[in-house]
Design a protein around this ligand. Sequence first.
Ligand SMILES: [Fe+2]
Ligand SMILES: [Fe+2]
Length: 147
Amino acid sequence: MKLTDALLGEHGVLYALFDHIEATLADAKALAEVQRTAEILGAALAGHAAIEDDILFPALDQTIGPDGPLAVMRHEHEEVHRMFGEIAAGGELAEAATLVRSLIDLAREHFAKEEQVLFTMSQQALGDDKLEELGHGWSKARRVYIS
Ligand SMILES: [Fe+2]
Ligand SMILES: [Fe+2]
């Protein structure tokens, strides 16, 4: 499987998680509930971003170069990570819920840029064979074995 197809599949699962969290966030009665929800979302997003940071982006550094879209994507990964830290640090319930909503908005925009720009550039720059090879790195990282 091509790495970009695997990443697209992960986006699909994460979109469903975003929808669920947005629909249920208003039910939270305490800051700790919002923080626990953010921890689950954080774990899911960190695992996804790590695959892009460790497998896709280094291959693109060698082809399209580290500036432009790749610099934007890396910056947004860091921004999302920073926002999770802010939520974990505490504060008011309403503030934390607003931060989770902003984080989900940013993540959706980030995914859209990857889908519309970065993955298309990856296809052009790396081609089917290299993306298939990188896909093995994805299956190893996710412990999914494809024959
Ligand atoms: Fe990303
Ligand atoms: Fe992504």
